[in-house]
Ligand binder design. Structure first.
Ligand SMILES: [Fe+2]
Ligand SMILES: [Fe+2]
Length: 322
């Protein structure tokens, strides 16, 4: 049995920089990490198949039934998914932990950015602490050697960190909706990010019970709602003069709303869902590049553009497995 490091009190904002992700021990990046270079599989994982630190990699090579994770669709950041053939709860746990802890770290970052001024100093500091907590948990998962003997411990530790963030998001949503707090975060954005975090904890709890299944109905229902929300957010954050893109975003929101409804009556419609999810990845990839290069006018931070792009990539990956 390997023991994971116990969570520490969050230190001051340990940033998950590109370089740290690039130099993740045990994961070798083989594609150029250049904006505009989109690759379907931009990394390879060593034969051990374990996302481990150099310190642990020799040891990990001897461990059977270890987590097998790969990083794909690398633009600003990669997306962590289970290796192609890996359908076990250990690999799924590590892939989801690497994916979602990084996403939750960015939620903290977005809230902090959208809570300006002295009157929001306390809430901003809380958001920064969540950002630090999930950056640390990402690093802990990345550098640990995860296998059958310790993945449940990692999942439990992660769920314990996520639950207070879900509660906080719900409290903030309520305060913003009732006019008790005046941040620049819509209640809907707090709710959206709480939904993502809740789904993450449910998946980890499912994996800890040894169940690694993908329920296609659940995958489509959850992700179509997330894609619909993203399209609405993008429409609202584009410059009002970007009329064509705003119209495209609204249309996309309608498509995902319809997909969600249709899938309930026709759960075999996987191909249609896949086409729409892939179109969303392409749209967000183009938008991320356009925003980074200053070709699209908006108040969308490039980190947010890439954040929603990575979530769409994750949707496609889950749908393929479901
Ligand atoms: Fe998110
Ligand atoms: Fe999202």
């Amino acid at each position: 049995m390997k023991y994971l490091d116990a969570p520490r009190e969050p230190s001051l904002v340990p940033d998950v920089s590109r370089r740290r992700v690039l130099t993740a021990g045990g994961i070798t990046f083989v594609a150029a990490f250049i904006t505009g270079c989109r690759s379907s599989t931009s990394v390879s994982v060593p034969p051990t198949g374990v996302a481990s630190s150099p310190r642990a990699s020799a040891e990990a090579a001897k461990v059977s039934e270890a987590a097998r994770v790969q990083a794909v669709e690398n633009l600003r950041k990669p997306v962590f998914v289970p290796e192609g053939g890996a359908l076990d709860p250990v690999s799924l746990s590590l892939a989801d932990t690497l994916f979602w802890t990084d996403i939750l770290m960015e939620h903290g970052q977005f809230f902090s950015m959208l809570m300006p001024g002295n009157e929001l100093a306390q809430q901003r500091a809380e958001a920064e602490r969540f950002k630090a907590t999930f950056a640390e948990q990402f690093d802990r998962a990345r550098t640990a050697s995860i296998d059958k003997s310790n993945y449940i411990q990692l999942n439990r530790q992660t769920v314990d960190l996520v639950k207070p963030f879900i509660d906080w998001k719900k409290r903030m949503s309520d305060a913003q909706a009732k006019g008790k707090m005046r941040s620049l975060v819509w209640p809907d954005f707090f709710d959206h990010t709480a939904l993502e975090a809740e789904r993450f904890t449910k998946r980890l709890e499912q994996f800890s019970r040894g169940n690694a299944e993908f329920d296609r109905g659940e995958v489509v229902d959850f992700w179509a709602k997330i894609m619909e929300d993203h399209a609405e957010f993008i429409a609202h954050l584009l410059d009002p003069q970007e009329k064509a893109l705003i119209a495209a975003s609204r249309k996309s929101a309608d498509l995902f709303q319809k997909l969600r409804a249709d899938h309930k009556t026709n759960p075999d419609a996987k191909a249609k869902a896949l086409v729409e999810a892939q179109a969303m990845v392409a749209f967000k990839t183009t938008a991320t590049k356009g925003i980074e290069e200053g070709k699209i006018k908006s108040i969308i931070h490039p980190t947010l553009a890439d954040h929603v792009r990575r979530e769409a990539v994750k949707f496609v990956d889950e749908l393929r497995r479901a």
